[in-house]
Design a protein. Structure first.
Length: 486
């Protein structure tokens, strides 16, 4: 049998890199529709009051933030019986992926007898709230177990800078395809004013998600060499003093490089989360178009990302400065948020989202290798690899973006008088009046573009000022890791 060719100096073939990239595809296939549908489904389709919607989302985000570092900490401390034979991350990914798919579906399985008229919603609002909150927390717990293991596998599986950048470029392109699929296929089955269509879209996500999961398996599999490496890491870690959880928290939040990188990514995630959650509101209310146009709009955004990813990957190799390229990607995102605020037609929105995709592609390409630099630096300074632990802390702060999104929606919708249970532009006008419809539409523009742009700019400035891992420091860390056997 012909051997799969590997690039000289790389441990993994491009086929394995592509399969690992399917993990990004798999994640985006679900998290993309989650961001598009969930808040709109409960506020506009079911008619749950925005304060209750936002409160459920805030509690979910806080739980989300707490369980990420806790699960990351436990994964590094607990030794599972399968580690020597099957690896450290692979079994978790295998066990959690399918239940996570069904937890996403459960969010939309609210009993139809609880809603349908304003009176039914008023009578059952606490039951709807409880269903929303419990299914969100279940979804997030399973997602954290899957995501921490999937991300923590990256710096251990791809160890050299060149291999990481190549794997990231491939994975980014495949991940973008996941966003495309997630933003285009499920919305094709959704029709606003018909809540049952969200359940159908959820079943589609589960069915196709199982196929995407199977394509991911070879890439997240941990071979004998990686399993042996994990055993070496564990023996080295056992020689060192074990840290209590709270002490490890203090160490993580007091590490400037780690926190500055996390804040930068937090800004990008928050901006995208707000734009994503605002998409249905923009299409249905600001543009007064059918929800089916959402797929076309998302396709244009991702077309811009696809077009830019190879260029970002090329310049990442050429410039060899992850900080500089990360800043360029952040600035591109900030600049392209601004036209979205002034959108007044479908063509304008298509062009604006295409341009926004360019910055999005840059963030996707530059985040994994930059985070890899930070984790290498931490390993050099602490003498041990703890990728899952730090990805957990990283996710802690990133997940707070959900709290920020919910607070923005609550405040903006209350101040601009956006009513719950309104599913069309005509319905909005009938409730608030033609003379007052300007204000809720302005509020949608604010949480879709203006607030995200400001937030992204602030985090760019923080990253520019305080992130100090230069190419020379990164190269020196690579050499020290070889000496330490890490």
């Amino acid at each position: 049998m012909a051997k799969i060719k590997k690039q000289k100096g790389y441990e993994n073939s491009r086929i394995i890199m592509s399969s690992y990239g399917m993990a990004q595809f798999f994640g985006q296939w679900i998290t993309g529709p989650f961001g598009l549908f969930v808040f709109f489904f409960y506020e506009a389709e079911i008619g749950l009051n925005v304060v209750l919607c936002g409160t459920a989302f805030i509690i979910f985000s806080l739980w989300n933030a707490i369980n990420d570092p806790l699960i990351g900490y436990l994964l590094e401390r607990i030794k599972m019986p399968w580690e020597k034979r099957w690896g450290k991350r692979f079994p978790w990914i295998l066990l959690i992926s399918i239940p996570w798919l069904f937890s996403y579906l459960s969010i939309f399985l609210v009993p139809p007898s609880w809603y349908g008229t304003p009176q039914l919603v008023a009578n059952n609002q606490w039951l709807i709230f409880a269903w929303f909150l419990i299914t969100l927390c279940l979804y997030d717990t399973l997602y954290t177990l899957w995501n921490v293991n999937s991300n923590a596998l990256y710096p251990d599986k791809f160890q050299s800078l060149g291999e990481r950048r190549t794997a990231t470029t491939i994975g980014t392109l495949i991940g973008m395809m996941g966003i495309v699929a997630g933003f285009i296929i499920p919305p094709m089955f959704v029709q606003n004013s018909f809540p049952e269509t969200y359940r159908l879209a959820g079943w589609i996500s589960v069915g196709l998600g199982i196929i995407f999961f199977l394509l991911m398996v070879p890439g997240v599999f941990e071979g004998p060499k990686l399993r042996a490496r994990y055993q070496e890491y564990r023996m080295k870690a056992e020689e060192l003093e074990r840290e209590p959880f709270l002490k490890s928290v203090r160490r993580a939040v007091s590490d400037r490089r780690f926190m500055v990188k996390t804040i930068f990514f937090f800004g990008y995630q928050t901006g995208v989360a707000l734009l994503q959650a605002s998409a249905f509101y923009m299409v249905i209310f600001v543009l007064n178009e059918d929800s089916g146009f959402l797929s076309i709009l998302m396709a244009f955004m991702l077309l811009g990302a696809f077009a830019s990813v190879p260029l970002w990957g090329y310049f990442a190799h050429r410039v060899n400065n992850n900080k500089k390229l990360s800043l360029y990607a952040g600035l591109a995102m900030f600049i392209t948020f601004l036209p979205i605020f002034f959108v007044d037609g479908l063509l304008f929105y298509l062009i604006a989202l295409f341009l926004f995709g360019i910055g999005l592609g840059g963030q996707w390409v530059m985040d994994p290798p930059t985070m890899g630099d930070v984790l290498d630096d931490l390993a050099v300074r602490t003498g041990k690899r703890q990728a899952a632990l730090y990805y957990g802390y990283n996710l802690f702060f990133i997940r707070l973006s959900g709290t920020f999104q919910a607070l923005v929606f609550i405040v903006v919708h209350i101040l601009t008088n956006f009513p719950a249970g309104v599913q069309t532009y005509e319905g909005l006008v009938s409730v608030v009046g033609a003379d007052n419809v300007f204000w809720p539409l302005l509020g949608i523009r604010i949480h879709a573009a203006l607030i995200p742009a400001i937030f992204v700019l602030i985090t760019i400035l923080i990253f520019w000022k305080w992130y100090d891992l230069t190419p020379d420091k990164v190269a020196a860390n690579q050499e020290k890791l070889k000496e330490l056997g890490l």
